[in-house]
Design a protein around this ligand. Structure first.
Ligand code: C5J
Length: 230
């Protein structure tokens, strides 16, 4: 099985790729595309879009090697029965979860804005986790899926760094998974939160995980050549 060394902070790591997965968090149209929910809230979506190209490069390489790829989407059932009241009632009523937005009902499963951006669209073979919370483990079968496949290490990408990426990494860390967060494949509407989100993960010897940039990972994966992981 291919093992690779990856430059990372706070320290380089050796990863058995057969026990690793790429988890791409919430790269959804409503967060990333002009005219979506994120922009309706007054955010500059170009800050999130910067993560798409690096994420696509890592996704392509993961697919080439046969690495397990898992996508997540934040959203709720159309009747909002899985959405806590305080989450639904937050903010301007015109921009609340379930309200009609420019890309369909905001953060509702099955609506155009809830889906993943075309550049990173999942293959039918790649599991998509629909999560009602910020963390990808909360009320989902992600942990079961990872344990069934013997996964112990997660390469984590997606948006936003300080919200769903950080929450997922913390959940994963408590469950014993090692997280390697890909800094340029994550993004935030708030650059200072992005930086702080990454700093918190790698502080104190990597208290929640490690951080690296996609070129380091791509270099390590390229060294595997044409060996298939699975
Ligand atoms: C995510 C959010 N995906 N910021 N959601 O981070 O509300």
């Amino acid at each position: 099985m291919p093992r690779v060394r990856i430059e990372a902070e706070p320290a380089a790591l050796v990863v058995d790729l057969a026990a690793a997965a790429l988890v791409i968090i919430d790269m959804q149209r409503d967060f990333l595309e002009p005219g979506g929910f994120g922009e309706a809230l007054g955010n500059d979506v170009t800050r999130l879009r910067r993560a798409v190209a690096p994420c696509k490069a890592v996704l392509d390489e993961a697919r080439r090697l046969g690495l397990l790829v898992i996508h997540t989407r934040e959203g709720h059932r159309p009747d909002l029965s899985d959405a806590p009241r305080h989450k639904v009632e937050r903010g301007d009523p015109a921009n609340r979860i379930g309200a009609r937005g420019p890309m369909g009902r905001i953060l509702v499963r099955g609506e155009p804005g809830h889906d993943i951006v075309p550049e990173l669209y999942p293959l039918t073979s790649e599991p998509v986790i629909d999560k009602p919370g910020k963390g990808a483990f909360y009320q989902t079968d992600l942990e079961l899926m990872l344990r069934n496949r013997g996964i112990d290490t997660l390469f984590v990408a997606g948006v936003t760094t300080e919200v769903c990426v950080n929450t997922t990494v913390r959940e994963a860390n408590d469950r014993g998974f090692r997280c390697i967060v890909l800094s340029d494949c994550c993004a935030s509407y708030f650059p200072e939160f992005h930086d702080a989100g990454l700093a918190m993960i790698k502080a104190q010897g990597g208290i929640f995980g490690s951080v690296t940039a996609s070129p380091h990972l791509l270099r390590s994966l390229a060294a595997v050549g044409n060996q298939k992981i699975a």
